[in-house]
Design a protein around this ligand. Structure first.
Ligand SMILES: O=C(O)C1=C[C@@H](OP(=O)(O)O)[C@@H](O)[C@H](O)C1
Ligand SMILES: C=C(OP(=O)(O)O)C(=O)O
Length: 426
């Protein structure tokens, strides 16, 4: 298997422009498709997850052209639902393509099949399917109940009132929210039980607003959306940098000697994962913010015990940063790590233990206690981009680290190791 060995590294220093946000890129592509008018999207992320959305849009007859090495997209909006009669869409392992497209395709009249990589077929989607069925959609599982592949015979979305479970993934609510303005009648969406990953709903509402649609948010327990609206293209829209991708560089500076300034995310950002920097600050790092940048600098780090449900992706970076902090770090309320690219709770525990760290894997938490000298290990990445990226930080210990299948970062950050090499020194 292809692998790379990094380190030992002693310094992380420099400035970096972080590529566009995955969450915003895929939301904006879908909203631009449904909107009236042409949208020029700049700083679009060029990665597997976005490619799956773009290739699906092509198959569905949406016209767009890519410029600037795939980071600009000029897309002709449909001014309403997707018109295709048929589509057999492969969505890889991109939750932000699979879930929102499932709901959006219901708005039209065609017949669609949505499927993905084997892992996508192990990631639950039943809560979204149940809500869509309650809104009158003919949607079936091709194989196992609750999991893709899905088959849809679209005939529009009814309104009224619908409940959706929020305890597995916020992407189900995001999917219904984005499609709701095109439903037949006004829709009240009630969140049944706990809502995980809440800041991603703010990203959704923000993106919808940029396309001219306002939603009444009743304290994240109910959302009211007026029917028969038309999204309006904002003309030009820039995707901000990816806050989850920024986490690896901020952590690198917090761990190693030196300073890193990440451009593309800052106090103006709408992404919840900028709050990762606050966790680093709590661990002792020096963090400085500007509207569109964040800078991190090393100080002595200490372990923290925090609920990180609001930053599930960036929280993985805390798990490896913990190897460089005094005492134990406990990352709590992260049950849904288990239904992402892999069972991340189990995978992170297994790989951290290979390094010699003391790890406790709970049902919904992980605790990491570092050891003085880490062991060299070949880290398995389980086709999970974030495992490859967060374990690169181990290179700041006295021991090198080997990352198996580093190419898996192509899901959200194909140039990760290139940029990592640019700002680190042995
Ligand atoms: O809506 C989004 O853009 C995302 C929501 C989160 O998923 P969950 O809501 O499933 O936790 C996050 O982990 C994922 O990477 C992106
Ligand atoms: C969970 C993730 O991806 P997805 O959008 O496929 O859910 C992630 O990027 O960490």
């Amino acid at each position: 298997m292809n692998s790379i060995t990094l380190g030992p590294l002693s310094k992380a220093d420099g400035e970096i422009q972080i590529p566009g946000s995955k969450s915003l890129s895929n939301r904006i592509l879908l909203l631009a498709t449904l909107a009236k008018g042409t949208t020029k999207i700049t700083n679009l992320l060029d990665s597997d997850d976005i490619r799956h959305m773009l290739e699906s849009l092509t198959q569905l007859g949406v016209n767009y052209r890519l410029e600037d090495k795939g980071t600009t997209c000029v897309l002709e909006g449909l001014g309403g639902p997707i018109q295709a009669d048929f589509g057999d869409l492969f969505l890889g392992n991109a939750g932000t393509a699979m879930r929102p497209l499932t709901a959006a395709l219901c708005l039209g009249q065609g017949e669609f099949r949505l499927h993905g990589e084997p892992r996508m077929h192990e990631r639950p989607i039943g809560d979204l399917v149940d809500a869509l069925k309650a809104l009158g959609v003919d949607i079936q599982y091709e194989g196992e109940v609750n999991y893709p592949p899905l088959r849809i015979k679209a005939n529009g979305l009814n309104g009224g009132e619908v409940s959706i479970k929020g305890n597995i993934s916020s992407q189900f609510l995001t999917a219904i929210l984005m499609s709701a303005p095109l439903a037949r009648q006004d829709l009240t969406i009630k969140v049944d039980g706990e809502l995980v990953s809440k800041p991603y709903i703010d990203i959704t509402l923000h993106a919808m607003k940029q396309f001219g649609v306002e939603v009444e948010n009743q304290n994240y327990q109910a959302f009211i959306v007026k029917a028969q609206q038309t999204y309006q293209s904002p003309g030009e829209i820039m995707v901000e940098g990816d806050a989850s991708s920024a986490s690896y560089f901020l952590a690198a500076a917090a761990i190693a000697g030196g300073k890193i300034k990440v451009h593309g995310v800052g106090t103006d950002s709408v992404q919840g994962d900028v709050k990762f920097a606050e966790v680093l600050e709590k661990m002792g790092a020096k963090i400085t913010y500007g509207p569109t940048w964040i800078e991190a600098e090393r100080q002595t780090l200490k372990g923290v015990d925090l609920d990180m449900n609001h930053i599930p992706d960036a929280a993985m970076t805390i798990a490896t940063t913990a190897l460089f902090a005094e005492g134990t770090t406990r990352i709590r309320n992260i049950y849904n790590w288990r239904v992402k690219e892999t069972d991340r709770l189990s995978a992170m525990a297994t790989e951290l233990k290979k390094l010699g760290a003391e790890v406790i894997e709970g049902e919904d938490f992980i605790s990491v206690t570092p050891v003085k000298t880490l062991q060299h290990a070949a880290i398995d990445t389980y086709n999970d981009h974030r495992i490859a990226m967060c374990f690169s930080l181990v290179a700041f210990s006295d021991t090198p680290v080997t990352i198996n299948d580093p190419g898996c970062t192509s899901k959200t950050f194909p140039t990760y190791f290139e940029l990592f090499n640019q700002v680190t020194q042995s």
